[in-house]
Design a binder for this molecule. Structure first.
Ligand code: ADP
Ligand code: MG
Length: 705
């Protein structure tokens, strides 16, 4: 359980003065909430770090106030001059002065009575805002702050600026943040004294306070000293949590799974191809793990089209040879069905029984699968998230495989794994996303990795070309020629912002347009709003080469496999990230035919978008693309808005996070080696850290042990 002294931080943001139901909703929008948390909490305000500051320290006399600059002035109120009645456009002006000169405060659409109360004639006020020169006079339009001399401390001399959302003002947010800061309890230091001293890092409390109440403008800058401290805290929490999960999994003795190979031999014979060297190596590594005394936790990383499915099937066969069962979970219905389609025919040939459970299986058929699963009549269970449901009970699950891991969280992985006997199955995670090492560490800590480095033989490089959308007519002529020779085309239409058009409408429109040119019977449409059956039907037609063009919204899932499809057209390619473009392109280049990827874009292209498309033209190497992606995103595509290059982290996205991550990784290992149960003084403090960054899962494992 989370220690009670942290409770105030995890209370809903509504518990703060000035935050009602409406603002709570806006906060949830403006703050970068962790997955699964819909209501903003106090702690979420702490992690919402400033994007910059407004420096109000300049306190000149009126005569010395520089037009165009932000200044804080101490003035006497002389006179109110409301705009003439009936003229709503004329502002309300307030003349003020100090001993050196005069300045007007200017308010549009003002409430005169309210202003008179705020700025009583004859009294002194501190005002802060931008000084302007207008009609030969100094003025300040809508000062940001107006405070009485005795409330001077309410005027932040260095004011942090936050990412906001429509309807949420910086002032309201800042007031809430300051209340959140007051709720930070005193906590025992969890970092080592030497480490802090070497880096000149302050305590957690001082660091978080300096970020939100900067003393120097540099305090709130990305990667500032206090920021580094908190970033390291977050990274360390993540690394310790992962190390704990991993250590506990390893410590729970697994069962040695070593099949005799008879099913695998039959599968190999039934396959129309020989396994690649990479596939063979990966399978050896997996078999070795499964035969070992510990539970396997291995990542199978292979670029799109590298042939992970066969590896999964062989690994499952290994488990089944010993009389146990295996499960393969996909992130979407479409993918789960696709697995069924690939695996079932092979399974039938070699006598394996396959079942599927997704959100679509209901009632009796679903129950039938569950029954067969419980009695062990089903060897391989395929499915989606639905596999987590408590009534999905295996007779003896020995291997759980998750495809496209990045869409699942750590605890989902644990939930599936826990369905094995004695609380654990061997686990294989498959991903096409070439995750750079630092990100792997973030997600998994120490994870064993097998890589499929080579693609199946006979693949031709995909010709990738970026084209301005004006070239669409030419493109269509070329498609006609290609289709006449038997080509099949994916055509992806993304959401187009600011046109008021929905993604669906854009795709429907394009499909209608292409149907006119290519004949309605040759063009299919796939979108997220369709029922599962309807999607299957369209996919099946495309797969059977009964459709030549498949227009879709972005639902073409990672993993869809139609080897004959050889052309990918992506409209508004400038709107996609590199990873997504690479995934989409991976749908083609799987067969004998020369493949093409056409990236249609609007012009002129922004700088970052142009770099992305150039990268796509230049290489098919998923690794190089992933690195470029991090690079581009780390640079911050949107000025002022920090883009997270580190998924799952709230504050750790500092420029040197790789170095911090590596240090945190080592720190976590050393700590757990000397204090595996976190019972030392530092260990106790570390538990607080884990709760603070919501790594509760990891702490829970201690109690389970
Ligand atoms: P991914 O790694 O993207 O999941 P798939 O498992 O869908 O890739 O495989 C892509 C295609 O490559 C499939 O059509 C599959 O049958 C084929 N394939 C897999 N392994 C080989 C191989 N060793 N030789 C030839 N084709 C293969
Ligand atoms: Mg796949």
């Amino acid at each position: 359980m989370r220690p009670v002294f942290l409770t105030p931080l995890f209370a809903p943001a509504q518990s703060l003065a000035g935050i009602g139901p409406r603002l709570t909703l806006l906060l949830a929008k403006a703050l970068d909430m962790p997955p699964g948390v819909s209501e903003a909490r106090v702690v979420d305000l702490l992690w919402h770090l400033p994007t910059g500051v407004i420096d109000r320290r300049a306190e000149p006399s009126v005569a010395h106030a520089a037009p165009g600059s932000i200044a804080t002035l101490k003035v006497r109120v002389l006179k109110h001059r409301p705009g003439p009645r009936g003229n709503k456009k004329a502002p309300h002006k307030v003349s003020c002065e100090d001993d050196t000169g005069k300045i007007d405060l200017v308010f549009f659409h003002a409430d005169a009575r309210f202003l008179e109360r705020q700025l009583p004639v004859g009294e002194e006020r501190f005002i802060s805002g931008r000084v302007e020169f207008y009609n030969d006079k100094l003025q300040m339009t809508h000062p940001d702050y107006i405070v009485a001399p005795d409330a001077r401390s309410e005027l932040p001399l260095i004011e942090p600026v936050y990412g906001l959302t429509a309807g949420l003002s910086g002032k309201v947010l800042y007031k809430a943040v300051r209340q959140a800061l007051e709720r930070v309890p005193e906590m025992a230091e969890w970092q080592e004294a030497n480490w802090l001293k070497e880096r000149n890092w302050p305590s957690f409390n001082e660091a978080i306070s300096r970020l939100h109440r900067p003393l120097e403008a540099s305090d709130a800058a990305t990667g500032s000293v206090p920021w580094q401290r908190i970033a390291y805290d977050e990274l360390l929490a993540g690394q310790i949590a992962l190390a704990i999960v991993r250590a506990k999994l390893k410590a729970q003795a697994g069962r040695r799974i070593a099949g005799d190979g008879h099913i695998r031999a039959k599968i190999a014979e039934a396959l129309p191809f020989a396994l690649t060297k990479s596939q063979v190596t990966a399978l050896e590594e997996i078999s070795e793990d499964m035969a070992g005394p510990y539970r396997m936790l291995r990542l199978l990383q292979g670029d799109v089209g590298s042939g992970k499915t066969v590896v999964a099937l062989m690994a499952m066969a290994n488990a089944i040879e010993t009389g146990a069962q295996a499960a393969l979970m996909a992130p979407t219905e479409v993918l789960a069905r696709q697995h069924l389609e690939t695996i079932e025919p092979l399974a039938e040939k070699v006598g394996l029984r396959v079942g599927i459970i997704t959100g679509r299986e209901k009632g009796k058929p679903r129950q039938a699968v569950l029954d067969q699963l419980a009695t062990g009549e089903i060897d391989i269970l395929l499915g989606t998230h639905a596999l987590f449901q408590p009534d999905v009970v295996f007779s003896d699950l020995a291997l759980a495989i998750i495809d496209e891991q990045h869409r699942f969280g750590v605890h989902q992985r644990l939930a599936l794994q826990a369905k094995g006997k004695a609380g654990g199955a061997n686990m294989l995670v498959m991903t096409a996303t070439p995750i750079p090492r630092t990100l792997l560490m973030t997600h998994f800590g120490d994870l064993d990795v097998s890589r499929l480095l080579e693609k199946p033989p006979g693949r031709k490089p995909i010709v990738t070309k970026a084209l301005p959308v004006e070239a669409m007519e030419r493109l269509i002529l070329r498609l006609k020629a290609q289709i006449a020779e038997g080509a099949q085309v994916y055509w992806v239409c993304p959401l187009i912002e600011n046109t008021g058009k929905s993604e669906l409408a854009a795709a429907e429109e394009r499909a209608a347009h292409l149907a006119q040119l290519f004949g309605g019977e040759n063009v299919g449409l796939l979108h997220g709003g369709m029922t599962g059956q309807a999607k299957d039907a369209v996919m099946a037609k495309f797969s059977d080469n009964k459709l030549q063009i498949l227009v879709s919204t972005t639902v073409i899932e990672v993993g869809v496999n139609v080897p004959n499809a050889n052309i990918m057209v992506i409209e508004h390619a400038e709107r996609f990230g590199l990873a997504q473009l690479h995934q989409l392109r991976g749908r083609v280049g799987r067969g004998e035919r020369q493949s093409f990827c056409m990236l249609l874009h609007k012009s002129p292209l922004g700088d970052v978008a142009a770099q992305r498309l150039q990268m796509m033209e230049a290489t098919e190497d998923g690794f190089a693309i992933a690195e470029k992606d991090l690079d581009l995103r780390g640079g911050g595509e949107v000025l002022g808005a920090r883009q997270s290059g580190l998924p799952g982290h709230r504050v750790a996205n500092v420029p040197n996070y790789e170095a911090l991550m590596t240090a945190a990784h080592d720190d976590a290992r050393l700590l757990l080696a000397s204090d595996p149960d976190l019972t030392s003084t530092r260990g106790e403090a570390i538990r607080t850290l884990l709760y603070l960054f919501e790594c509760d899962e990891a702490v829970r494992l201690f109690r389970a042990a």
